[in-house]
Write a protein that binds this ligand. Structure first.
Ligand code: OVV
Length: 398
């Protein structure tokens, strides 16, 4: 008998591309069956309730990150790359590295880039308007972060598409050995050395986030190797997530024109709109922890050594916290969502991400009366992050 036989069982593959494209019934089953549900396909537990996800993220002693935050248990199989020294680690080691990133990415440091990012955003919107129709996925959601985040880190002016390929590797590696994971990792031999080269001090411009991290090494807070690995964390986590969020924001407003009119009438709603996009679309849909001891999630007993899937996308539509949770509504009461996680590992780069989305929405609000679908959006399911591969849009100025 399985160690999880006492739990409600759900026989779905949450990493199946079709389930990821249309996750509604999977998510509803998770939330309805209990705070912790066994997924017999993988011998793991999943939580799809906001209370369960928050409990797991907030209790790092019981739910470790050091055995990996994907489906693979680092205690049982070696990770595909040297583990992240900030994400895949618990206190006290986590605190030292987190502090360096938190300083480099502090709100004040991010705010200094705001004017530059905003000017770039206006350029992108003017170009899109001049063209009339755009692929919002490639020309806006991908191109804008590659430029402004790449510049913010301090990368050189060479091609940056490898950042997208690396992000796809990192996030798809968090799932099972399926087609998405294999396809993404097939690029490793080409992309990993490229990324490693960009993380070194001489490759990074003065004044960027990368240089700030290496300055912590010069001060003796961390080693030079650790600094390079923390820059790797920026390049791992900072692109695909923001790219997906921008694409989902454009898609959401294209499909909800009344919400776009509302935002234009009331631009003060932009921060709330960003949180609603994050809640409703949950670009990062699943992250894992591993139980370090026998415990309970809600009232469901979970044995030691169990992989726990925190199904953020299900939790973010939990009717226990949000009324009519499937509805995209930028003016709904603001309540905490789990799109950036919570607890000690809560997204350290979220001020950068929020600023990128803010300046692009501000530029659009200022000039674009209507955003309309100009063809079918192509969703790109992933093992941890969902994205949009193509998003044909027609933009109309006032
Ligand atoms: C996928 C991901 C998220 C957050 C941080 C990192 C990776 C990292 O490499 O540190």
């Amino acid at each position: 008998m399985s160690a999880l036989a006492h739990l409600p069982q759900l026989d779905v593959d949450p990493f199946d591309a079709e389930v990821l494209r249309a996750p509604g019934s999977y998510h509803e089953s998770l939330r309805t069956l209990g705070c912790a549900v066994a997924l017999p396909r993988y011998g793991v537990v999943a939580s799809g309730r906001i209370a369960g996800v928050e409990q797991v993220f907030r209790d790092w002693r019981t739910f470790t990150s050091a055995r990996g935050v994907g489906l693979a248990d680092f205690a049982a199989e070696p990770p595909w790359r040297p583990p992240s020294i900030v994400l895949e680690v618990d206190p006290p080691a986590h605190e030292r590295t987190r502090r360096v990133l938190a300083r480099a990415l502090a709100p004040a440091a991010v705010a200094r880039l705001r004017a530059t990012m905003a000017r770039t955003a206006v350029d992108y919107v003017e170009r899109a308007l001049a063209a009339g129709t755009v692929d919002g996925a490639r020309e806006l959601a991908q191109a804008f972060p590659l430029e402004v985040f790449g510049d913010a880190v301090g990368l050189d002016d060479g091609p940056r598409e490898n950042l997208l390929r690396y992000g796809a590797m990192v996030f798809n590696a968090l799932g099972p050995d399926n087609a998405m994971r294999r396809r993404a990792l097939a690029a490793a031999d080409e992309v990993v050395p490229w990324i490693a080269a960009k993380c070194t001090r001489p490759a990074l411009r003065e004044g960027g986030f990368g240089a700030a991290i290496h300055a912590a090494a010069a001060d003796g807070d961390i080693s030079a190797d650790e600094a390079a690995l923390l820059v790797r964390s920026l390049l791992s986590a900072g692109i695909d997530t923001t790219v997906a969020t921008l694409a989902f924001a454009l898609d959401a407003f294209a499909r909800h024109p009344a919400q776009w009119s509302r935002l234009r009438a009331e631009p003060a709603l932009i921060p709330a709109a960003i949180d609603e996009v994050l809640r409703w679309a949950s670009p990062v849909h699943t992250f894992c922890r591993t139980s370090t001891r026998d415990c309970v999630i809600g009232d469901a007993p979970v044995p030691a050594g169990t992989k726990v899937l925190c199904v953020i996308a299900a939790a973010n539509r939990d009717p226990a916290r949000w009324e009519d949770a499937d509805r995209f509504d930028i003016a709904r009461p603001r309540r905490p969502h789990a799109a950036f996680g919570s607890g000690i590992h809560v997204c350290v780069g979220q001020h950068v991400a929020r600023q990128e989305v803010t300046v692009l929405l501000e530029a659009l609000v200022a000039r674009v009366a209507r955003i309309e679908p100009a063809g079918a959006a192509v969703l790109e399911p992933g093992n941890s992050v969902n994205g949009i591969a193509a998003l044909p849009l027609a933009l109309y100025a006032d």
